[in-house]
Design a protein around this ligand. Sequence first.
Ligand code: NAD
Length: 498
Amino acid sequence: MRTVQHWIDGKLWDGAPQRSGDVFDPSTGQVQAHVALAGGTEIAAAVESARQAFLEWRDVPLSRRVRILFAFREVMERRKDELAAAISAEHGKVVSDALGEVGRGQEVVEFACGIPHVLKGGYSESVSMGTDVHSIRQPLGVVAGITPFNFPAMVPMWMFPVAIACGNAFVLKPSDRDPSASLVIAELWAEAGLPAGVFTVLQGDKEAVDGLLGHPDVRAVSFVGSTPVARYVYETAAANGKRVQALGGAKNHMVVLPDADLEQAADAAVSAGYGSAGERCMAISVVVAVGDVADALVQEIATRTRAVQVGPSREPRSEMGPLVTAGHRDRVRGYVDGGVGEGAELVVDGRETAVPDEGFFLGPCLFDRVTPSMALYRDEIFGPVLSVVRVETYEEAVQLVSDNPYGNGVAIFTRDGGAARRFEREVDAGMVGVNVPIPVPMAYYSFGGWKQSLFGDTHVHGPEGVHFYTRGKVVTSRWADPASDPAGRGPDLGFPRT
Ligand code: NAD
């Protein structure tokens, strides 16, 4: 059986793994490969190769760096079906969804192609006699990215195009559940002409993460994953003196006001709730129905939920694939069982959806009359479970969202521009959609939530990504001005010259 290896120093690692894990095909439930899990030897080799590569890469002129980024973008465009197939086969999302993920990641590559412009410093002339000040931004060195299973290509691409464009060497530690996409990406970089060691893949689990967090040559850590691990990574990396941004879990609400276009809102709830089987950090998991909109809205959502085609990710007619592992499917199912026990009304029971016998499937589930005290509401479920909470007023809806410990994304559906504007200003979350259920910022803005959805203060990609992967330096220089100093003695330095 195939073993998914590390990519170190521009090639596949050829050492036999001390430990390995299973990689499943979620559509069949079968093990389809093993993944090497890094130990001390591989961690040391990966970081050392990246450190050596950085020493040369930081001096490669911007114009050459950018040509490699453009080439990477073109190679990816040509091989995007291959990348999407690798994602779909191990994650279980349908191929069209995997292609969408590649496209969103590619936008960050395109942003990074413009790095010469965003890396420009500032200049102040004549701050004092013969004295000017300018600022520059320099790369950090070896930087690490630790990423989740749910976007095995896009989330790493939130990080490495910007990190590499800024002159750093990047070590990616992908999820061990769907590790193959990272190797396709490594091949794309090689084909684009990136020098060996500038992009490294270290496969592994907690041991690899801890190895990177403790390594003195790793200068910065970008993490995306669940909140408990985000908090751990943030605290450990910071305690080790590293720069760190750690994006955590989510519980995204979609507020529907009584004046909303119900059909539009219902379409949005279904695609944002069940797309990728709800395994998206920006998935909608709570619909907040305000006032008298609830009965009609629940009916519209239910009709659409029943129509979602669940099936193997490779089948073109499938709209929703399986969950990533049997364990995760059982955990999500546990919330459905628990929700019924807690008294929520199960309007569509995905446990009864006709699904293939093999594979980690669960049909889409819709609950109504969910209350904030229920586990169904409190916890991040990360599966195809949509909860409707009924409130009387706009104010109650905003309070509900703001009281939630997560603050990743939130949406409002309304025809009232004033209400939307007020919501945008008042709501306690990092990314807001107005009649847009998944308000993922474009690559030239930065992505990040608030509260327990982000530890650290810097969001990923866009301008904040550039800031994260560079250090500022300010230079103050004083030179004699021949016109005002014909003797050429130069300004008074405060000490005698010979
Ligand atoms: P996860 O936290 O289990 O894993 C994320 C990464 O951390 C993986 O590389 C994994 O190998 C590693 N890891 C896991 N346990 C660890 C431990 N104990 N110590 C050190 N490292 C550990 O997350 P996941 O299940 O892969 O992904 C789903 C989660 O990611 C959800 O909570 C989702 O909301 C979140 N997510 C958030 C965003 C965002 O932008 N905020 C984006 C995507 C996913």
